[in-house]
Ligand binder design. Structure first.
Ligand code: NAP
Length: 317
C-alpha cells in the first residue's frame, strides 16, 4: 500500500496529552496518516510530531476560525477533536466544539471522534456547576445531529492532574499529596498520554462498529488512600493524603485558585458531582479500554513506568 492510500486523520489539539497519544499511536500503527493542528508549528511537541511523520498545520482552536478549519480538515478521512482547557468565566467551549465539528463536516470528513464528558447540568438538575463537563456533552449532542458518522471517547480523571495541577509538597520527612477527592472515594483515573491513542486507533479502524457509541477510557478505579499507599510502596517515600476537595482544603493548599471564584466553584462542583453521581453514567462499560489494550496503565504501573516521585511536571504547554 502506498503512503497515500492510508486514511488521513486530522487531529485538533494534536500536541495536547490526548492528541499526542492519538497521533503517536496512529502513526506507529502504520495504518494511518496524521495531520496535526497546532498554534505553534515550531513548538517542541509539534516538531516531535513532525519527526514522527505527521503533517503539521498551524490553526488555532479559537472562535471565528471556521474557514481556516475547513481548509485544515480538507482531504481528511477522519478527525479526532478535543477542546483545550478553558477556565470560567470564559464560556467558549461549546461553541468551539461545535465550530470544530461543523468545519470537519463541511470539509467532508468521514468519521469524527470527539472527546466528551457527562452532562453534569442535566444529571444534577442544575445543582452542580461543572461547565467543562456539560459543555462537552452539549457538543456531543450537537454532533449526534450532524450528517456524519461519529463516536465519542470519555476520559477518566487524568493521573497527570497530580503532577501538573495538584502538586505535592514536602513537610518535614513527608510528602503531602493534596487531592481533589475525598480520601476513600474510588474514582476512575487514566494516563491520557498512553491510553487515548489505542482506544482511538480501535475506533478509526472500525468506524462502523463504533458509530454512535460513547467509549470510556479508564486505567484504574482507585481512591486517594489507595493511590498514596501505592505511591509509598512503589517509591519508598513517606507520603500522606491532604484534603483539597472542600473549599477550605483546596484554598489552603492552592491559594492561587482564590483569584478565580468561578473556577473554585467549578472544581468543587465537579468533585461533588463525581462523588454524588459517579464520574461516568452507569450505562458505560468501564472495562472496554482495558480489555482492548492490555498495556493500559493502572496507577501502580503508571508510577513504575514514569518513576514519578512527587515533583511538579508539565507536559509541553
Ligand atoms: N484533567 C482531567 O482529569 C481531564 C479528564 C477528562 C477530560 N479532560 C479534558 O481534557 C482537555 C484537555 O486535554 P489535555 O489535558 O490533553 O490538553 P493539554 O495537554 O492541556 O493541551 C491542550 C492543547 O490544546 C491546544 N490549544 C489550542 N488552543 C488553545 C488555547 N487557547 N489554550 C490552551 N491550549 C490550546 C494546545 O496546543 P498548541 O499549543 O500546539 O496549539 C495544547 O497542546 C480539557 O478539555 C479537559 O476538560 C481533562
Amino acid at each position: 500500500m502506498s503512503a497515500h492510500e492510508k486514511p488521513l486523520i486530522a487531529i485538533a489539539g494534536a500536541t495536547s496529552k490526548q492528541g499526542r497519544s492519538v497521533a503517536a499511536t496512529l502513526l506507529d500503527s502504520q495504518r494511518f496518516r496524521v495531520r496535526a493542528f497546532t498554534r505553534k508549528k515550531d513548538s517542541p511537541e509539534a516538531l516531535r510530531l513532525e519527526e514522527r511523520g505527521a503533517e503539521i498545520v498551524a490553526v488555532p482552536l479559537e472562535l471565528g476560525r471556521q474557514k481556516d478549519l475547513v481548509a485544515a480538515f480538507k482531504g481528511a478521512d477522519g478527525a479526532f477533536l478535543m477542546t483545550p482547557p478553558i477556565a470560567p468565566p470564559e464560556t467558549i467551549e461549546a461553541p468551539l466544539g461545535r465550530q470544530l465539528a461543523d468545519a470537519a463536516v463541511e470539509a467532508g470528513v468521514g468519521h469524527i471522534v470527539f472527546s466528551t464528558l457527562e452532562n453534569v447540568e442535566k444529571i444534577t438538575s442544575g445543582t452542580k456547576y461543572a461547565p467543562h463537563f456539560t459543555d462537552k456533552a452539549l457538543v456531543a449532542d450537537y454532533i449526534r445531529g450532524l450528517p456524519v458518522s461519529h463516536s465519542f471517547v470519555m476520559l477518566a480523571f487524568f493521573y497527570t492532574n497530580l503532577l501538573e495541577y495538584y502538586v505535592p509538597r514536602m513537610e518535614g520527612d513527608t510528602l503531602l499529596l493534596p487531592v481533589y477527592l475525598p480520601e476513600d472515594f474510588r474514582a476512575p483515573f487514566v494516563d491520557p498520554l498512553t491510553a487515548t491513542g489505542p482506544a482511538v486507533l480501535e475506533i478509526f479502524s472500525n468506524p462502523e462498529r463504533y458509530n454512535g457509541k460513547t467509549l470510556p477510557i479508564v486505567g484504574d478505579i482507585i481512591s486517594p488512600r489507595e493511590m498514596i499507599e501505592t505511591f509509598q510502596r512503589v517509591t519508598g517515600l513517606k507520603a500522606a493524603y491532604r484534603n483539597a476537595f472542600t473549599q477550605d482544603g483546596l484554598l489552603r493548599y492552592f491559594p492561587e485558585f482564590a483569584a478565580n471564584e468561578l473556577l473554585v466553584r467549578e472544581l468543587l462542583g465537579m468533585v461533588e458531582y463525581a462523588v454524588d453521581c459517579g464520574y461516568f453514567g452507569k450505562e458505560h462499560d468501564l472495562d472496554w479500554s482495558r480489555r482492548l489494550n492490555a498495556d493500559t496503565l493502572n496507577w501502580e504501573q503508571y508510577l513504575k513506568t514514569t518513576r514519578w516521585r512527587g515533583d511538579k511536571q508539565s507536559f509541553g504547554l
